[in-house]
Design a binder for this molecule. Sequence first.
Ligand code: AHR
Length: 512
Amino acid sequence: MKKEILVSALLVASMSLSAQKSAVIRIHTEQGKQIIPKEIYGQFAEHLGSCIYGGLWVGENSDIPNIKGYRKDVFDALKELKVPVLRWPGGCFADEYHWMDGIGPKESRPKMVNNNWGGVVEDNSFGTNEFLNLCEMLGCEPYISGNVGSGSVEELAKWVEYMTSEGDSPMANLRRKNGRDKAWKVKFLGVGNESWGCGGSMTAEYYSDLYRRYSTYCRNYDDNRLFKIASGASDYDYNWTDVLMKDVGARMNGLSLHYYTVTGWNGSKGSATNFSKDDYYWAMGKCLEIENVIKKHIDIMDKYDPKKNVGLMVDEWGTWWDQEPGAKTALYQQNSMRDAFVASLTLDVFNRHTDRIKMTNIAQVVNVLQSMILTKGKEMVLTPTYYVFDMYKVHQDATYLPIDLICDKVSVRDNRTVPLMSATASKDKEGIIHISLSNVETDESQEVSIEIPGVTVNQVSGQILTSKNITDYNSFEHPNVVVLKDFKDAKVSKGVLKVELPAKSIVTLTLK
Ligand code: AHR
């Protein structure tokens, strides 16, 4: 033990002597006990812009290759990503959505106006059956966001019955009439969304009372067990969490939280691709602030729920920039290396708090905000954020390995400090250790020394995501500017793993 401390001291000393920026990491394998729930890597699909129509769904008669109406290229890319959970149909859309309009023969489904997102006409051709079948095909858990704002208790109760009842009940029979005999399994149920805002402009006290009513009638049919999620706070609204935990904490399984890396809600949020280094570092600071926000919400939850029965579900997070110039659909934005860092740094934060955080859903999966995938007609590109989720999927359901990390820091706008290195380490079910490292520094490489006491590393392999400029992105004209490549600059020397991380790079290592 003493020797290990000495080794660390020497490493730290060598770090401060060298001019090059560097970092020291110690991984405590013996302290690994917390599983990183796979749902931390969840996605979100709203009826917003071209997320559903043109993104996930093109319909069976489309000349875009599809599987029963689902875009084949998008479906294949998501399957590869091992999406664990998909939230639907909103967002704000959920509290104006009436699920019965989206079932049965498509030609008789009524149309509606999507008032939240540009007043476009929604033809309801993608509804409950289409969503739940997609989840089955992807092998992911559905997360249904129920309508509390403009719906009724009866409507939500019947939706649960339609989806999950195996019995000879009216809604189960309606489902059978619509071609689906067997009930789906639906675990995650959101009781409203942003009920303090687009979901009904309610006070926390009023919503708590409504939560009691709505959740009472959402039944567990047969062996389906609902995990009920109350509509939670945005960002710094600690009062909302306090009131909900106090009033209805014992009745919920999860409480949501929304946090976006955004400059402000009014006026320009800044270009997704045309930004300065100062803007980039500001975004890192704002993104990392989520950790303090989470800790404060967790402190409140701990006060009412010390045994941590209620999960914190960060069911909307990610970057929010200006809509892409010329974009025809709402909240369509490009996605650069900066977004990749927001993804890796935020996932590292979530991985550190899985004793309370049980699910997160990045906003959103295709064509909206910080998406995995962008489509234009028949074309599709994978974003830098996609590649981060691809590299990080090894951490799903793995054992989190606590780490000590010493690195350089920079001061950024708004009095924030940004560490120039971020990391996650985990051990999977086969005993393989994976380490994800982000070198946030835009211009300099960093040498990272990694100690793993008690572990002999025989073989290291890895993948890297990096690019010439922090503003680089994948376009339809140049889809492969930012892609994963093999990484070879990791070596074991005298029992210490030495990694040379290029400037602005994200790496995941596999140790055997
Ligand atoms: O993700 C876009 C929107 O952001 C969602 O509809 C809403 O819940 C949030 O304000």
